[in-house]
Design a binder for this molecule. Structure first.
Ligand SMILES: [Zn+2]
Length: 214
């Protein structure tokens, strides 16, 4: 079915009009799948649905996680591979409506920290339902494993090649990378928790609220 495209025309603030952000074309429909419907063992810790995130603001109304169908199915396979070793996936963020990418950008002061947030003029792979932020938990305790930094810690400790960390944290980072890369995801250099799904460019930028996804 053809996906209707229309420009995002949500109202901006006066400050937005003073320094315009040109919205990309966004779609209002996509083939998004809720991850826990495919695999209930995937844990959710959706930070943007709480105030426990770098903005201190609740940006999502509901703590839910969606990806496009092929990425969601690949993620389930990664989770099952982790389970065989006594681990599971914990999701911090997956599909993100475009309007939230804009809010994150506006909440980040101009400067080096903006290297860690997507420019809304280009949109994010999260907006396409093709990127996921995640970590590992231990199945026996349900607790997150040690990683070199916290989620959304905008420092060099978040970099994939940061080696001045404990052997356990480095091993857990590599373990997560192995599960994800085996299923067609690719990590990025400056955030150990972020993975893009191969073929993301074939999916449109979406601005659909979680509550509107059927
Ligand atoms: Zn991300």
């Amino acid at each position: 079915m053809a996906v209707p495209l229309l420009a995002c025309d949500r109202g901006g603030t006066i400050a937005d009009r003073a320094k315009p952000v040109h919205a990309p074309r966004v779609a209002r429909q996509g083939d998004l799948v809720e991850l826990i419907r495919l695999e209930p063992g995937i844990q959710l810790d959706i930070r943007y649905a709480s105030t426990n995130n770098f903005t201190g603001q609740k940006l999502y109304d509901e703590p839910r996680a969606f990806l496009v169908r092929s990425a969601a199915e690949a993620l389930v396979r990664a989770h099952r591979a982790a389970q065989r070793d006594g681990f599971g996936l914990t999701i911090f963020d997956a599909y993100r409506p475009w309007r939230v990418t804009k809010k994150l950008w506006d909440a980040t002061p101009p400067g080096p920290k903006r290297n860690y947030v997507a420019n809304p003029e280009k949109g994010s792979k999260h907006n396409r339902g093709c990127a996921v932020d995640l970590s590992l938990h231990r199945i026996d305790t349900g607790m997150l494993v040690e990683m070199p930094s916290g989620y959304d810690e905008f420092s060099e400790r978040a970099h994939r090649d940061f080696m001045a960390t404990s052997p356990e944290a480095a091993a857990n980072r590599s373990r997560l990378e192995r599960y994800m890369e085996a299923e067609g995801f690719r990590g990025i250099s400056n955030e150990w928790w972020h993975f893009d799904y191969a073929g993301w460019e074939n999916f449109p930028i979406l601005d659909v609220a979680f509550s509107e996804i059927r």
